[in-house]
Design a protein around this ligand. Structure first.
Ligand SMILES: *Cc1c(COP(=O)(O)O)cnc(C)c1O
Length: 382
């Protein structure tokens, strides 16, 4: 699905030097490269505070701890996503409230959020799925009306821009009260191990978060709040510092591959290609470079003739990597089942888990590979 080796070879010298720098200085934990990467990322995202941490799941957990959410508080999130989001809600003894998604963008459905709000609702966690930012303008409006926190799970959309109706642009993850990301190797900005970060423009929240990631300490051995141990190590920070300046180019390469796929599959009666949706008046049905609204963490088709599983097997047999993200709705997972949910609450998710298939998507795809992949799919479905 990804070609991390091909990508590494092109930046090998700089990456190797960064890792050597850590080895030479033995500053493995909280070394200068962590601070340097943090500042570079603050500049890139145009956000006041980046708090590095150990992974994207921790980032979500720490964000929720930092906001002071308490047992029994209801947190609304999407039914169609990776489990980490709902996992940390449950782990903190908050009450997860899963809601359906939009059939075009795969992102949390606005009407479903509105229906799920109760007096106990404290936060909404939109996940910017597959590289596309959720409808943040509508989410912010709901949050304002009901006095809710917005926590963006931006593990899949780092580098994406969100354009408000008035033309203002903001980077994904910097729009809500707090945003989180993952630097897992296969993410759009991936390190060579685990890593994550939290973003916020709120000075007081940033201070709290910096304490929580470090055992609740602001002064060594003085624990002011209950914390965790969650650090980005210096070697990973070194890798990320080298890769960050390439992120926009990496996103463009992904969009180029998406454009190739879209063109090949356009008008096929059994294939729905991903929809780009932006709040601007511009037509974002096409994959445009100017609005950067989708950074294509995944390129995900919907196969509408019931042959998704056959296609999945056929591609694997042909040597073409592909994956089903996600095969089970979160509300149907053993760990997260709840009698409050009705199947009729999740018509879109229940359809998507049967139809979606994600194709190879990375920075090293060339036309020859893309032609082989698209032709194989078109031949199979013809
Ligand atoms: C990858 C991912 C996470 C978790 O990140 P880790 O670094 O693997 O802990 C959380 N949410 C979403 C949507 C993800 O894709």
């Amino acid at each position: 699905m990804v070609d991390l080796q091909g990508q590494y070879q092109k930046i090998k010298e700089n990456v190797d030097n960064a890792i050597q720098e850590v080895l030479q200085t033995s500053a493995y934990i909280n070394g200068p490269l962590v601070k340097e990467f943090q500042e570079d990322l603050e500049k890139y995202l145009n956000v006041k505070h980046v708090i590095p941490c150990a992974n994207g799941t921790d980032a979500l957990q720490i964000a929720m701890m930092g906001l002071g959410l308490e047992q029994g508080d209801e947190v609304i999130t999407a039914d169609f996503t990776f489990a980490a989001t709902v996992e940390v809600i449950a782990l903190l003894k908050l009450t997860p409230v899963l809601v359906d998604v939009d059939s075009k963008t795969f992102n949390i459905d606005i009407d479903a959020i509105k229906k799920a709000i109760t007096p106990k609702t404290k936060a909404i966690v939109p996940v910017h799925l597959f590289g596309q930012v959720a409808n943040m303008e509508a989410i912010l409006e709901i949050a304002k009306e009901h006095n809710l926190y917005v926590i963006e799970d931006n593990a899949q959309a780092i580098g994406a821009d969100y354009t408000f109706k008035n033309g203002t642009k903001q980077k994904a993850g910097t729009i809500g009260n707090v945003g989180t990301t993952s630097f897992f190797p296969s993410k759009n900005l991936g390190c060579y191990g685990d890593g994550g970060a939290i973003f916020t423009n709120d000075d007081a929240l940033a201070h709290t978060l910096r304490g929580i990631v470090n055992h609740g300490m602001y002064e060594r051995y003085y624990h002011d709040v209950v914390g965790v141990n969650s650090r980005l190590d210096s070697i990973q920070a070194g890798v990320l510092k080298v890769k960050l300046p390439h992120l926009d180019n990496y996103c463009n390469k992904r969009r180029n591959a998406a454009r190739f796929y879209n063109k090949a599959f356009k008008n096929h009666p059994a294939i729905i290609t991903p929809t780009n949706q932006s709040n601007t008046t511009k037509n974002c049905g096409e994959i445009c470079d100017f609005c950067n609204c989708n950074v294509f963490h995944q390129y995900t088709l919907q196969i509408t003739n019931g042959k998704r599983d056959e296609l999945h097997k056929h591609l694997l047999a042909t040597g073409i990597p592909n994956a089903i993200y996600y095969p089970v709705a979160l509300h149907a997972q053993k760990a997260y089942r709840d009698t409050r949910y009705q199947e009729s609450d999740f018509p879109v998710t229940n359809e998507l888990i049967k139809n979606v298939i994600s194709l190879p998507m990375h920075t090293e795809l060339d036309d020859e590979q893309l032609t082989f992949i698209t032709q194989t799919i078109l031949n199979f479905l013809s």
